[in-house]
Design a protein. Sequence first.
Length: 156
Amino acid sequence: MKGNALDFSFSGLKTAVLYHVHEHPEYAPEIRAREEALQRGERKFEQLLPLCGAQMLALVREFQNAVVRDLVERTMMAAEELAVESVLVSGGVAANSQLRTTFEGRAKAAGIDVFFPSRALSTDNAAMIAAAAYSRFRAGIIADTTLNADPSLALA
């Protein structure tokens, strides 16, 4: 991103992959096959992997490599610039084995402790927001269309 190298977003990377898939119609049949499998309720890795061709798996591998490389590089750059002693990696991405292994190696080499929640607690932000909202919903607290983001809103 322009400006501060420590600010980053994956929007551009995700958009690039989306455009790549749209520009290559050879992906379409296997995407359809996976969509049909999902509609039938097939969600397990063992059920979906056979529906992925070598080209798709290579694309997914390169996407993961790019995300891991970017997250680790920028985080370690920030950690070193700020002279921190530890880094906490959280959210859904923290469940990724490649990310954990790469972070652990880089952090160890830099003398920085790196911490991860258990995989069971490495959840997507949307799930955490839904969990926080559930008690409000149960209490009958419903927002109207004037609701706006409030980063200091109490969770309970």
